[in-house]
Design a protein around this ligand. Structure first.
Ligand SMILES: [Zn+2]
Length: 317
């Protein structure tokens, strides 16, 4: 039962370096519309914010046709967020973007309440709400894309840590090199992202390399028996397993979710990680921690932003 609260709609936006996606959903997670278009961050913050506002206006018309008020907007962005100011801080993926007041700008133009978070938190939150996390108490996960993001969800709330750095699992060190922009060495996000795995494939395959269409293409040729592709995914699985073991020991999550492009490698990635976890920690912990691929495909982040909007962003702390 949804309770006595009147039904309403929210828009969950996922602003990535390549795509701007959004889902118009109601409080029962029924989807009324999906939007996906190129995000064009190189054209600057003003351009992208205008397009987000245009999406909100389109969503508002569709919601109104369905007889629902659009009340809130959640936005996940591919950059760290200053939560007290509602600003996108800066990102290597978004040259020229710095301290952009996303929350205030979209609220001013639409008159709706806006919640903001980074895209990895949003993706794992989305998987908690409607995906592989199945609303378990403790859901942790990684987004494996251009880089690696992390998220920790406790009873449906994003854990942000003391001052916003909580859940940055991509900076767990699993090797002695290379240097990372965080100041550390051998960070997971520099060794096991989709970008790294593709680069490693081309290096391993050498002259025999075939041009593949992203991780989807790499997973496909690995499935057909390509040795270099299989080896590249196995190396990534090895690094991921080391970091996930640390997280499993520290956090004891009910479910650990792998989202983003790399999760398309499916069992080729999940099986070696699950085997490693099972054989490397307390028996009960290793056998009962579920390591899963995301279930919401391209829309994990949109679902998470939508949940932020629906729940009024009750993050931790
Ligand atoms: Zn780092």
């Amino acid at each position: 039962m949804a309770g006595m609260e009147p039904k309403r709609a929210v828009l969950g936006v996922d602003f990535g370096a390549s795509n701007l996606k959004a889902l118009l959903v109601d409080s029962d997670a029924r989807v009324y519309e999906r939007f996906i278009e190129p995000s064009e961050p190189e054209l600057g913050p003003e351009h992208v914010l205008k397009r987000i506002v245009a999406l909100v206006n389109r969503a508002r018309r569709i919601a109104s046709t369905a007889g629902l008020p659009l009340t809130d907007v959640g936005i996940g962005v591919c950059a760290p967020v200053n939560h007290s100011k509602g600003e996108l801080v800066e990102s290597a993926l978004l040259p020229g973007w710095r301290d952009v007041p996303v929350k205030a700008a979209v609220e001013r133009e639409t008159g709706l309440r806006v919640c903001l978070d980074n895209d990895a938190n949003a993706a794992i939150l989305g998987e908690w709400w409607q995906g592989a996390g199945e609303r378990c108490a403790i859901v942790a996960g990684l987004t494996l894309g251009t880089g690696i993001g992390g998220g920790l969800i406790i009873n449906g709330r994003v854990y942000r840590g003391g001052w916003g750095f909580g859940g940055e699992f991509g900076h767990i060190s699993v090797a002695s090199e290379p240097d990372c922009r965080c100041g550390g060495k051998g960070c997971l996000g520099r060794l096991a992202s989709a970008t790294d795995t593709l680069r490693r494939y081309y290096k391993l395959a050498g002259e025999d390399a075939v041009q593949v269409e992203g991780m989807r293409g790499l997973a496909r040729i690995a499935g057909m028996g390509d040795k270099a592709a299989q080896q590249s995914i196995a190396v990534a699985a090895d690094y991921l397993a080391k970091a996930i073991l640390i997280l499993v020991n520290v956090l004891n999550p009910d479910v650990f979710v792998l989202a983003g492009g790399m999760s398309l490698a499916g069992d080729m990635l999940l099986n070696p990680i699950s085997d490693y976890i099972r054989s490397s920690t307390f028996k009960t912990l290793g056998e009962n921690t579920r390591i899963c691929a995301a279930r919401l495909d391209l829309y994990s982040g949109c679902y998470g932003s939508a949940w932020l909007a629906l729940s009024g962003d009750r993050s931790l702390p």
